[in-house]
Design a protein around this ligand. Structure first.
Ligand SMILES: Cc1cc2nc3c(=O)[nH]c(=O)nc-3n(C[C@H](O)[C@H](O)[C@H](O)COP(=O)(O)OP(=O)(O)OC[C@H]3O[C@@H](n4cnc5c(N)ncnc54)[C@H](O)[C@@H]3O)c2cc1C
Length: 442
């Protein structure tokens, strides 16, 4: 039996980060089944045609060049006492330390008709190829269920390719976990104007048809009927890929493997990172979904550093995330106003609207921020940004303020840079202004 110092189950961003950050200092094997590790975030853009399909594949060399052994197989069982991993092809591998990084898989709701031709979820290389091939062979209609970032990006790609696209969600606005209604309204209108038909406040209850889907039925009695064979893609959330660990002594939470702030599970020398874990909010301490690469990668990095002797601690997750809706860039972090309400915060809201360059510059675009502050501590608990230019830097600044407990008085006094191409006039700064707006109410 082959023995490794470290076995990592899974070949996603969490696993790859660990392999890279262990810097050849351990004898590592990665076990993953698929042909290619994917750049999932780029998948919608391969459908749209901005990228060739193979640009969404990560090269195996990023791990093998680090001395990691890549085993193309699927783990079916782990014997935690004997420290042995069993694979689908009958492989037996012994480990000193085991890292579970098996990610999460899309949920296909258990509704009638979900086995009909053209009904699918969207994560794997196979899914991506199926969408691209179906579009190329003349797909006329598609329904995307779930108006989170993945659903929105997919719906826009299909719409761009000339497919009549319906985007469905049970909530009343798109991106309900990232943006409040007041911050997404204008982008939502643009999405509709782009040709995508929105079915918000609509819950799918059944798919009907002979062989393929002919009709989508909703709880409120409405339906969508098709004149051709459609694709019906569910992008309604992820569940951890941990079925193979079902009868193991590992502690499992409601949404994944339970870990502490050092990525340790309840079993000695067994760690878990990324989407297969239960995520805890650094703000509320409660469980949050947040299956994001921007959570998985820092978890992997922290674990690798600690395995090499550091003692870094992960405080939890903030869930900074962003997407693009037609020509708006949108992003949010921490709690939305809605979730602050649900969590029982007594909060204040601050807003600012400026431009991405001096407003006198012909190319300047609007940028708008909303900050959410806990009145008691005067600390930020959330923020959202919308603009005609990318917003991730602003979202990250807000996350940093939340992460390091900056109060709204401190944020109102941040020191900033200004230049005609790159910011509003020196007279003001987006985050400082939104903070003053809050202070004026307290
Ligand atoms: C379309 C799409 C767009 C996205 N866009 C973004 C974005 O813009 N920004 C962002 O931050 N995140 C985005 N995400 C989410 C992001 O891709 C995931 O959060 C991230 O991939 C999680 O990394 P991971 O390593 O934990 O798990 P995964 O990437 O899911 O990798 C898990 C790995 O484990 C393997 N595996 C599972 N079970 C077993 C087993 N029993 N044996 C062996 N191997 C196993 C899998 O095959 C896979 O290789 C997107 C996801 C999708 C699907």
């Amino acid at each position: 039996m082959k023995m490794y110092e470290v076995i990592i189950i899974g070949g996603g961003p969490a696993a790859i980060t660990i392999s890279k950050d262990l810097k050849r200092k351990k004898d590592v094997a990665i076990i993953r089944p698929e042909d290619h590790s994917m750049i999932y975030c780029a998948m919608p853009y391969a459908i749209e045609g901005i990228l060739d399909l193979d640009k969404t594949f990560k090269k195996d060399e990023i791990v093998t060049e680090m001395g990691t052994t890549l085993i193309r197989d699927y783990v079916t069982h782990v014997d935690f006492d004997k420290q042995i991993v069993t694979t689908n092809q009958g492989g037996l591998y012994q480990y000193e330390e085991l890292i579970i990084a098996t990610g999460a898989e899309p949920i296909l709701p258990p509704i009638e008709g979900n086995q009909l031709e053209g009904v699918m979820t969207f994560k794997t290389e196979k899914d991506l190829k199926k969408v691209i091939e179906t579009v190329e062979t003349g797909l006329n209609e598609a329904v995307v269920v779930g108006a989170g970032a993945i659903g929105i990006e997919l719906a826009q790609a299909l719409n761009y390719k000339g497919v009549k696209t319906y985007l469905v969600d049970m909530f009343q606005t798109i991106l309900p976990n990232m943006m409040d209604e007041d911050m997404i309204e204008q982008a939502q209108k643009k999405l509709e104007a782009s040709g995508i038909e929105l079915y918000l406040n609509h819950k799918v209850t059944k798919l009907e048809g002979e062989g393929h889907v002919e009709k989508v039925l909703f709880e409120n009695g409405n339906t969508i009927s098709f004149s051709s064979k459609p694709l019906v893609v569910f992008a309604v959330g992820m569940k951890p890929s941990i079925d193979f660990l079902k009868d193991s002594p590992l502690y499992m939470g409601k949404t994944g493997i339970m870990i502490d702030e050092y990525m340790h599970t309840n079993i000695k020398n067994v760690y878990a990172v990324g989407d297969c874990c239960e995520y805890v909010s650094a703000i509320t301490g409660g469980i949050i979904l947040g299956k994001l690469a921007t959570n998985a990668v820092p978890m992997g990095r922290l674990l690798a550093k600690n395995m090499l002797g550091e003692k870094r601690r992960y405080a939890g997750f903030y869930n900074g995330a962003a997407t693009k809706v037609v020509d708006y860039f949108v992003g949010g972090t921490g709690l939305t106003e809605n979730s602050a309400k649900i969590c029982g915060y007594d909060y204040a809201i601050g807003r600012a609207k400026m431009t991405t360059a001096f407003p006198i510059m012909p190319f300047s675009k609007d940028i708008e921020v909303k900050l959410i502050v806990d009145k008691k501590s005067k600390k930020l608990i959330g923020g959202q940004v919308i603009s005609g230019e990318p917003v991730t830097d602003k979202v990250d600044q807000i996350t940093m303020a939340i992460q390091y407990g900056i109060t709204i008085d401190q944020l109102a006094q941040i020191s900033y840079a200004s230049q005609p191409y790159q910011s509003f006039f020196p007279a003001n700064n987006l985050l400082a202004h939104a903070s003053e707006n809050i202070l004026s109410q307290l």
